[in-house]
Design a protein around this ligand. Structure first.
Ligand code: 5GP
Ligand code: MG
Length: 177
């Protein structure tokens, strides 16, 4: 699997330090805003590893909701349509919406809107990676990265590579067009 990776963009240690820092920052914001309990909405499957590490740094009450959102259908280009499997119960709740990566921003903006329509008291957005493609940016961002297709630390190509502990760029020879 390692030889399928052209280069490592962000290594394991750097990710872990940044995730801990982001979570502490988020918690401080909650305290400042009088928020004691948060409903963490995790977008599957890509945000699973990031969110699992992030919540372990929170010293506060949380609830977890998992939502399946897909716009890539396993390939390397966004289909332009975001499909959600369910709307979690977020009525009057302060929500932290976590995704793996911001590309066009369609996923985040669509899901955020749905959660507000479902009655969330507030929705704070958080992504590990931002390709800086759209004008939209999240409230909390781990890393800005170049506009390349990346895998690892939860992110996949055709369902594979999610278990790599780092974020890397896939060898072009591994991408089928
Ligand atoms: P957006 O809706 O912002 O265009 O795309 C966000 C979604 O597309 C992410 O949740 C992720 O599933 C997928 N995505 C965007 N860029 C990449 C990438 O470089 N690698 C992988 N594996 N998925 C990506
Ligand atoms: Mg996704």
């Amino acid at each position: 699997m390692k030889r399928d990776i052209q280069k490592i963009l962000i290594d394991e240690d750097v990710i872990h330090k940044r995730v801990a820092h982001l979570a502490r920052q988020f918690q401080r914001d909650c305290i400042d805003n009088g928020i004691e309990t948060v409903t963490v909405v995790i977008l599957l499957k890509g945000a699973l590893l990031f969110a699992a590490d992030f919540v372990r740094h929170l010293d506060m009450k949380i609830q977890v909701e998992l939502v399946n959102a897909s716009s890539y259908n396993g390939g390397t280009k966004s289909s332009g349509v975001v499909a959600l499997d369910r709307t979690p119960d977020v009525l009057n709740k302060d929500v932290l919406l976590i995704d793996d990566i911001l590309d066009t921003g369609l996923t985040m903006t669509t899901v955020r809107k749905q959660l507000l329509e479902a009655g969330a008291a507030s929705v704070t957005t958080c992504v590990l990676l931002d390709k800086r493609v759209s004008d939209y940016s999240c409230d909390f961002t781990g890393f800005d990265i170049p506009n390349e297709f990346v895998v690892g630390y939860g992110l996949d190509y055709q369902g594979h590579y999610r278990n790599l502990p780092y974020v890397g760029v896939l060898n072009p020879s591994c991408i089928s067009i």
